[in-house]
Design a protein around this ligand. Sequence first.
Ligand code: GLA
Length: 717
Amino acid sequence: MAQQNTLHLRGGGTSVLVDRTTPGVPAIVHWGPDLGDLADDVLDDIARGVRPQRVSGGLDETGRLTLLPQEAFGWQGTPALLGSRLSGGTAGSDFSSALVMTALEATASALRLTAQDPATRLRLDLEVDVTPTGLVAVRATLTNEGDADYEVQDLGLTLPLPASAREVADTTGRHLRERHPQRHPLSVGRYVRESRRGRPGSDATLLLLAGEPGFGFERGLVHGVHLAWSGNHSLSVERSQNAPSALRAAELLAPGEVVLRPGASYSTPVAFGSWGRGLNELSSRFHEHLRRRPQHPSADRPVTLNTWEAVYFEQDLAHLTRLADLAARVGVERFVLDDGWFSSRRDDTAGLGDWTVSPEVWPDGLAPLVDHVTGLGMQFGLWVEPEMVNPDSDLARAHPDWILQARGVWPASARQQQVLDLSNEEAFDHILRALDALLGEYAISYLKWDHNRDLVEGGSTVTGRSAVHENTLAVYRLMDELKRRHPGLEIESCASGGSRVDLGVIEHTDRVWASDTNDPLERLTIQKYTGLLLPPELIGAHIGAPHAHTTGRHHTLPFRAGVALFGHLGVEWDLASASADELGDLTAWISLYREWRDDIATGALVHADLADDTMDLRGVVARDGSRALFVYAQTASAQSHPTGRLTFPGLDAAATYRVEPLAHPASATGVGQSPLGWRDGVVSTGAALHEIGLQAPVLLPETLAVITVTRVGEATP
Ligand code: GLA
């Protein structure tokens, strides 16, 4: 197979065609829909058919967008590799590599190639995999084969876009408002989204997307790239006049951060590319990929109560045991004690770093609460923020040099805290020992692992260099080691809400906290776009108090609960303040979630493209297609009156379904002045439900209806 000129990698409905005749290293000439089984000569003709001509004003051989675009072979856009020698002759030499493929192995879905350059004495190993769910995973390893140090400034992974990709979309945001979409035309030039925050950040775009203008969740060819990495990174899309447009993903390295000694290597994180006819398809490739991992959490995600918005720092055993009693009564299965249980941590100004139970707040330790919670049949979880330290802590006083810093002074403070240098082995061991002791002493099966500030000037006092890269790897190691020592331990990735959501951290954790806002109106957008990357069972979604603490808005329980359904459901509300009716309704919502959670965790998540932006229709379709659950939310006053139609995506066009609004516990069945035609249910086909749809119930703004869809048979031809 390695003898062919054109390789055809396939998997999960994706084809990747690789022309190995391009200068230097091969080029992907197609990444997208599966092209079927193609004969070798046809493959070669396809590749020959897209070779560019030489043109006036250009180089004599037009540069190609290879897997490793290099200036040496005429590439004049962003090169794959930037770096140079630091010593051994002229500093700054070997700045231009001419890596040429020297070995290639390919299977039906993967290739491994080695490229070497005898002049610069560099070697690059590249792995390209088309996964069984149709993602493309790419990773590069650069090795210094010379006898002097080589600094890697930038090593990017490139994926080509089809000519139809003319519009870019990404997400941005801030604390309490993560992942809101933005769009613009893909014009000539380079559009870059970076994180220099030492974590992806609240403004992170999980994916950088480019597609046919107007692409939506159901329609339009769209491609996207994500970097599986929790540190600094750069995602970009570039359009030029001389070559196909391309997506690029790279770790963002600080000056001097990666210097390869002779014989040493640097590996990039894995860049994942996905495509789809609409974002539903693009994201399902990620969801199904994650679900196939051996460590993927089981489908019956335990309903969680988190104490943060219930009590904040006011930790009191009597109040918390009462909260646990109520939680168990409404159907909660995991009880998580949030910030404030340790050392001098009575507010957010002190104590981080001192991971011992506060004798002041917990004179008998955590055992009375842990025993009470586990005695009620619930799991016990605990909040920690292992990478952080308050200057007002015993740890910071004892080891000021364990704090990430440059210039001999601590960096600008954020939330009154600094960041520990976990690449310093002593600091790492200290934190590992402290957490290990806690997990050994108490029946803690879940850690809410927080990370509440951006890194700035993230240098190590041990090396004197930027240590963001090493710290990113160190936190993965710390998580893995704790899990190894405490089998069954689950970890949630929280970072001031949703500031650390990526496929790097999710390899070491079991869910993410999408945002610190529990306001369901905000959550609709946050969860929709976090769901581009992660399936719902990995996204924590909590039912907050009636009055949202972060926005001041007031919402009904059906709106709060209905929005939280398509996630890993939890409660973050002081249930001692809830009425008996509210507790009864909450119980019903939790049991609705429990009835559907297996489908939520294994089925297809779909969003409808509707003409009216105030209408939000999302659902999950069970894996076997037998049923589906939809939530229709009215986010503001509808444009039409009566409201427009709901068209249902994701159903089998040929099957017949019974569709009905769920009366209980979803009370919002509408305020129209005559009854909804399908109030008592209708039977229709998947095709008709998608193409024609159903009249949407007239809802008040910020209310929702839950709709069940049950397959009742196949359509007659
Ligand atoms: C962060 C988290 C919150 C909460 C607080 C505790 O802001 O995102 O959920 O745990 O810290 O201090």
